[in-house]
Ligand binder design. Structure first.
Ligand code: GLU
Length: 525
């Protein structure tokens, strides 16, 4: 500890009088009144205009832990470090979360939830630390810090501002005033008393009890450039005054946990429980090795990709949920739970090391999901997707909802025969595109036996029931001395352009007499 600064000097150092005392902040943001065991979690993205799948994974943990415990899920925008257009970037985050069924519980009392609007809080806490001699103004210039860094590197030492390298640690009031009079703006640094030879213990909800070396770095709390807080200091103030109980964040933050424990202790505040999650990995197509999902290389690293392609968002949640809680798949298949929202997520079971996200596995979840969907919901989802994300053709396909419903109803009446080839809403529309004349592509490769087509048309009646229809095909085959299947195949290709389709009778019923005749005639010429 060093000498604390007097209020008037604190005011000069921070550039303005701090707005609150700590007591006032405690009263303004009192402990939340929630049931015992309720988790208050937060997803705290930086608005970059891009939402990584790992972010969704993290938010899913936050949301699930909050909801299943009767707690709250907060969305905090960490915008102290960004020069980008915030509004649009935040909309991407809010919209993406909403698409996946994740809604935040942000309220007016504990807000604002944008860090850029919480400066008064950070400055008030910094003022308290300055007054208690647990922080100090540092006037090191960038050049001076670079020189320190070089020297440390040369000597094989840890880099950073600590111990003897922390020049201004014990700076006197007179010196501070001299710098200020000189027009310099200081950063505010932590006055660290940690000793890296000593280890401290803490609990990580995933990793159990962990021990880490104490922090001895005088890290920056408030930056000199814009007087906004660093991540570490904002985390301390926000997670305390938002009354967050569980901090779910990437394993890259694991290395700074000692610093965070140190700061919470300095303030005498309750440490939140940490849940450091593993990154989402994939198997690299070229090397066959497991690696992080990369924003640059992998389209599926971007949450937007799943929305654009129309993956059922529920199946993405299902799959991520199963990565988080490996028993979920089994429970769902056995019908014990309907969705991941009904399955208990146990923090201890959350994977600790690189979890694989495999698109093939997601396909399986998506097929299962779509196959079990009642047809009106399937149609609703497809229409919704086409309107929001589809191209002109997709939008035309969904104009006549009755027709689309009939198309997608084929083979849905028999649960044993439900089609399992639909993966995304986009691909569903592609799979049935031949039902629309403007998308139908006659098959030019197929060698038609045009006699079968001609004979079929002679007796074709759209009002025939399935048996009568089939008997007529058998009659054509007998008359021409070919197999029944050959007649059916000629018709299938003529009507759909494809050799592999669902039940042909149903297809013709949905298409109607005129369309069937037109297409079959088109191949007779
Ligand atoms: N803004 C940080 C990030 O996006 C938040 C980390 C945290 O959740 O504490 O990684």
């Amino acid at each position: 500890m060093r000498n604390g600064l007097k209020p008037d000097l604190i005011e000069r150092v921070l550039g303005a009088k701090p707005k609150y005392t700590l007591d006032e902040l405690e009263a303004k943001y009192p402990p939340r009144q929630l049931q015992d065991g309720a988790f208050v979690t937060r997803f705290a993205p930086s608005p970059t205009g891009y939402m990584h799948l790992g972010g969704l994974y993290s938010a899913l943990i936050d949301y699930k832990l909050a909801k299943q415990s009767g707690g709250l899920f907060l969305l905090r925008i960490e915008d102290t470090d960004t020069k980008r257009e915030i509004k649009e970037a935040v909309d991407i985050i809010i919209n993406s979360l909403a698409e996946f069924g994740i809604k935040n519980d942000n309220d007016d009392i504990y807000g604002p939830y944008y860090q850029s609007q919480r400066k008064d809080i950070y400055h008030s806490v910094a003022a308290d630390l300055l007054a208690r001699g647990l922080a100090y103004p540092c006037f090191l210039t960038q050049e001076e810090m670079d020189a320190i860094r070089e020297k440390q590197k040369l000597n094989g030492l840890a880099t950073g501002i600590y111990g003897e390298y922390a020049r201004d640690r014990d700076i006197s009031e007179e010196e501070i005033i001299k710098h200020l009079d000189n027009g310099e703006t200081p950063s505010i640094r932590l006055y660290s008393t940690g000793n890296p030879d000593v280890r401290i213990f803490c609990k990580d909800a995933v990793r159990g009890s962990i021990s880490v070396p104490e922090n001895n770095e005088d890290i920056v709390l408030i930056k000199s450039t814009d007087r906004l807080p660093t991540y570490h200091f904002a985390h301390l103030c926000d997670d305390h005054f938002m009354r967050v109980t569980h901090v779910v964040r990437g394993e890259e933050y694991f290395g700074t946990v000692a610093l965070h424990i140190q700061m919470f202790r300095m303030m005498g505040w309750t440490l939140p429980s940490y849940i450091h999650t593993a990154t989402l990995d994939k198997i690299d197509d070229e090397t066959g090795k497991q690696r992080k999902l990369s924003k640059r290389k992998d389209p599926e690293a971007n949450v937007e990709f799943f929305l654009q392609e129309g993956w059922p968002t529920e199946s993405v949640i299902d799959y991520l949920g199963n990565i988080l809680a490996s028993g979920y798949e089994d429970a769902k298949m056995k019908g014990q739970v309907k969705s991941f929202w009904d399955y208990e997520l146990r923090p201890k079971k959350i994977p600790m090391s690189g979890s694989l996200f495999d698109m093939k596995k997601l396909e399986w979840w998506a097929k299962e999901y779509i196959a079990k969907l009642p047809v009106d919901e399937l149609v609703g989802d497809v229409v919704n997707w086409a309107k929001k994300y589809g191209n002109d053709d997709n939008r035309k396909q969904v104009l006549n909802v009755d027709y689309l419903t009939s198309v997608l109803s084929i083979e849905r009446d028999n649960p044993k025969r439900i089609r399992k080839d639909f993966i995304t809403w986009q691909q569903t529309l592609q799979e049935v595109s031949y039902f629309w004349d403007f998308l139908f592509m006659p098959n030019k490769e197929y060698q038609y036996n045009t006699d079968t087509l001609r004979e079929f048309l002679n007796t074709f009646d759209i009002n025939d029931d399935k048996d009568t229809w089939w008997n007529k095909i058998v009659a054509v085959a007998t008359k021409l001395g070919v197999k029944n299947g050959d007649v059916a195949m000629n018709l299938r290709v003529a009507v759909t352009g494809r050799t592999n389709t669902p039940d042909l009778y149903s297809i013709m019923q949905v298409m109607g007499e005129n369309r069937v005749r037109m297409r079959v005639e088109g191949e007779i010429k």
